[in-house]
Design a protein around this ligand. Structure first.
Ligand code: UT7
Length: 326
């Protein structure tokens, strides 16, 4: 049975920056509160005419270049977003056309911020069953276009980005060792962005959110996130019969420094083993993990053969972890 190996990563971050000083100028907040409560200093914001698939196309091309693979060699593109350009067609089909992946099947899926881990699990299943060989996983979002800049509790958190990874079937290298994913739909109203069902008033009553854009019950999400990330990481290690001593780097979803700090205390690992970039990008939804993975590789923090854990949580509520030999 072939293994699933990540052979290329790529990402795209838009140019425009909203730093904490800018946030102070538009909403009742301050650098001290944002830094202490979240760890975020800056977030990047897509241009007015820049959408999810524009960013994703660049990230996809970079991942293919990094993998030394042509678009024609792809068998499948899977794409996760909560801010698609259109409900139909899928972002996956738009990018398939943009990059000329003429032989690839393509579809979107959505596990919110946990999506990259879900994507690895989906890709791993297709590769192990020998359905597809070369798969492009893309996570991209323009959360700032769905953010209410009058809501200080959410607007300081989000940034835009796209992250992509090319995975391929490999008989020798180990790659993905194991994955776990899960969902808890009882928390479905903890992070919400409306589409057709227009129950904004009901949600506003329940969690005090705003009508226009993303609703979030921050405290509830934070409580869920700490336990979900620690449990998911512990689970993949247990499944693989490994311990944190075997792990070179943990790459968590980058939502809030306090969430990551509490989660790693539960895991019992030192900060040096954790890769964080949220100070400069904020929470970029599902792209946090693939962007961080690409950066960690670029910075030489992980090398081929190192064992790493990718772990996330998000709306749904969803959670997941992947243990892999990079
Ligand atoms: O990708 C997954 C999606 N989301 C998340 O992971 C978010 C998870 N949650 C969080 O990160 C945190 O809950 C937040 C950062 C959103 C909020 O931090 P918190 O420690 O839970 O603060 P809080 O909501 O309990 O608010 C504490 C105080 C409140 O004031 P009062 O009622 O104590 O007077 C808020 O109104 O802080 C106030 N506050 C702010 N003050 C200055 C909320 N946002 C701000 C702000 N600046 N931006």
């Amino acid at each position: 049975m072939p293994n699933t190996v990540i052979v290329g990563t790529g990402f795209y971050i838009p140019e425009k920056i909203y730093d904490n000083a800018y946030m102070e100028s538009i909403v009742d907040t301050n650098d001290e509160w944002i830094t202490r409560r979240t760890g975020i200093k800056e977030r990047h914001v897509s241009a007015d005419d820049e959408y999810t698939t524009d960013m994703a196309t660049i990230a996809a091309k970079r991942a293919l270049e990094n993998a030394k693979m042509t678009a024609e060699e792809l068998d499948l593109i899977i794409f996760a977003t909560v801010t698609p350009d259109y409900f139909c067609p899928s972002c996956a089909c738009v990018v398939q056309n943009n990059i000329g992946a003429v032989n690839a099947s393509a579809f979107d899926y959505n596990a919110a911020c946990s999506s990259f881990v879900f994507g690895l699990q989906i890709a791993d299943s297709f590769i192990r069953s020998e359905t597809y060989k070369n798969i492009l996983i893309i996570c991209a979002d323009v959360l700032t276009k769905a953010t209410d800049y009058k809501d200080r509790a959410t607007c300081v958190l989000f940034g835009d980005a796209a992250g992509a990874a090319v995975v391929t079937a490999d008989e020798e290298r180990r790659g993905v060792i194991t994955t776990v994913t899960g969902a808890d739909g009882t928390g479905n109203n903890a992070i919400t962005s409306l589409a057709f069902r227009n129950d904004a008033e009901e949600l506003e009553k329940r969690i005090g959110g705003r009508k226009e854009t993303i609703f979030m019950a921050g405290q509830a999400v934070m409580k869920f996130a700490v336990k979900a990330m620690a449990d998911a990481s512990d689970m993949v290690l247990k499944k693989a019969g490994l311990t944190y001593d075997d792990i070179k780097l943990v790459i968590p979803h980058q939502a809030n420094y306090r969430i990551v700090d509490s989660a790693i205390r539960r895991m019992g690992i030192e900060k040096e083993k954790v890769f964080l970039h949220l100070e400069k990008f904020g929470n970029t939804s599902a792209s946090c993990i693939p962007v961080a993975l690409a950066e960690a590789a670029e910075q030489g923090l992980i090398e081929r053969g190192d064992k790493i854990i990718l772990v996330g949580f998000g709306g749904g509520l969803t959670w997941g972890a992947a243990l892999l030999e990079y």
